[in-house]
Design a protein around this ligand. Structure first.
Ligand code: SF4
Length: 417
């Protein structure tokens, strides 16, 4: 019989039951976790986000998996993460509740990969991006098991984020920058080729639809998906939420790199069926920056932090009634040598990557810039440098129109289901 990737879909009343069921469907935790081993849990905790916001992997799920692997015989359990560029990992782990859930579950160590000093340089054989090697923490390389624990969420720069994308969070900022200066999707596959998580457990309990990661809308989906194969897991997740895989370029990159199985005919789904759990999700970033054809963007070399911020900003302009008034703006993000030749007041330069060009346009400082500053630069055509007087009042005044805008879309999307 031909090889089939296996993806488990668990839908049970409680998180512990779902974790237990997911392990059982894959053969049982004892068969997956070696006795006396070190297990690294890699959640998605890339941004600040309180429990219940679906910005990050659910804390309860992380705690539950930590307990399950300990019960299966793991000697040392570690939770490790490298948050997005510009984000403080430990602050994200604390804010999300993951750190507290890990402590409650008796996790031995919580590690900020970004500040780890004991790094090994791992060559990437047959690299398809410009990365030829990657520096990774020794503890990650030496661990017997890595369990990749993403949350499924709508994502501005990748359409959605789940298992394949989450492994990007094992590198420090320097490699992260380099990944954005090469073929990002292929760089992700190159990282996968050296950090092969042996199990992926995805949070589709409360996945996030909407304008993630800045303004996610939690969705009651109630499932945990698990697989040894991250590509198969992502493929099944896409089918569960009604996302056309042809709209997501990195499945093609995975295929080219020989990672995982993206063909649904070659995947054995265990537990619940896709049809049983199916719910169409609102994923608004299918067309990337073409979603806003009235504007001109120059995004080469930019990272997902600035891309997500600018994508969110375009929707915020709509909410504030400013979208149609500012279509002359030319928006640049990511390091560049050359800029478009337009008048200074039309050129919006987002982020510190463009600091050397600041005199040529409207400069938005920060890496990434503060959330409202890109919108204010576009509206006011004034440099945005720091959090000055009036910042909070203006932010506050924009909350109400934004909430109304989002509520309107959510109500419409839910009515369409
Ligand atoms: S300025 Fe923006 S694009 Fe540049 S590294 Fe920072 S977040 Fe990324």
């Amino acid at each position: 019989m031909a090889y089939k990737a296996v993806v488990a879909i668990a839908k049970e009343p409680g998180v512990d039951e779902m974790v237990e069921r997911a392990f059982d469907l894959l053969g049982g935790a004892e068969s997956l976790i070696r006795k006396g081993s070190t297990v690294v849990l890699k959640p998605n905790a890339g941004h600040l986000g309180k429990p219940g916001t679906s910005v990050n992997t659910g804390a309860e799920l992380v705690g539950s998996v930590a307990r399950a692997v300990r019960a299966a015989g793991a000697k040392r359990v570690i939770v490790a993460e490298a948050a997005a560029i510009g984000c403080d990992t430990m602050a994200c782990l604390e804010d999300s509740g993951i750190a507290e859930a890990a402590r409650q579950a008796g996790v031995d160590e919580i590690i900020d990969i970004k500040s780890d000093k004991d790094l090994l340089t791992i060559p990437i054989r047959d690299a398809r991006s410009d990365l030829v090697s990657v520096k990774l923490p020794r503890f990650l390389i030496e661990a017997e098991h890595i369990i990749n624990m993403p949350v499924f969420k709508s994502h501005a720069s990748m359409v959605f984020s789940c298992a394949l994308k989450n492994i990007k969070g094992v590198v420090q900022d320097k490699i992260h920058y380099d990944m954005h200066r090469t073929n990002l999707a292929m760089a992700m596959m190159d990282i996968w080729s050296v950090v092969r998580a042996d199990l992926n457990i995805a949070d589709l309990i409360w996945p996030a639809e909407g304008f993630g990661p800045h303004s996610p809308v939690p969705m009651d989906f109630g499932c945990v998906l698990a697989s040894r194969d991250p590509v198969a897991l992502d493929a099944v997740a896409c089918h569960c939420v009604g996302l056309d895989m042809d709209r997501v370029s990195y499945f093609g990159n995975a295929r080219e790199r020989g990672i995982g199985c993206a063909d649904i005919e070659d995947i054995e789904v265990r537990g619940r069926s896709i049809e049983e759990v199916y719910q169409k999700m609102w994923l608004p970033y299918l067309d990337g920056f073409d979603t806003w054809p009235e504007y001109e963007f120059h995004t080469e070399n930019s990272c997902s932090s600035c891309q997500s911020l600018v994508a969110f900003t375009m929707e915020k302009l709509k909410a504030l009634g400013e979208y149609g008034k500012n279509t002359d703006a030319v928006i640049c993000l990511g390091a560049k040598d050359e800029l478009p030749d337009v008048a200074k007041e039309r050129l919006i330069l987002c982020g510190n990557c463009l600091r050397k060009h600041r005199a040529k346009g409207v400069a938005v400082h920060g890496c990434p810039p503060s959330e409202p500053h890109v919108a204010w630069a576009i509206i006011d055509r004034e440099d945005q440098t720091d959090i000055g007087p009036g910042f909070r009042e203006r932010m506050h005044s924009e909350e109400e129109p934004w909430n109304r805008f989002i509520e309107g879309i959510v109500a419409q999307k839910r009515a369409e289901r």
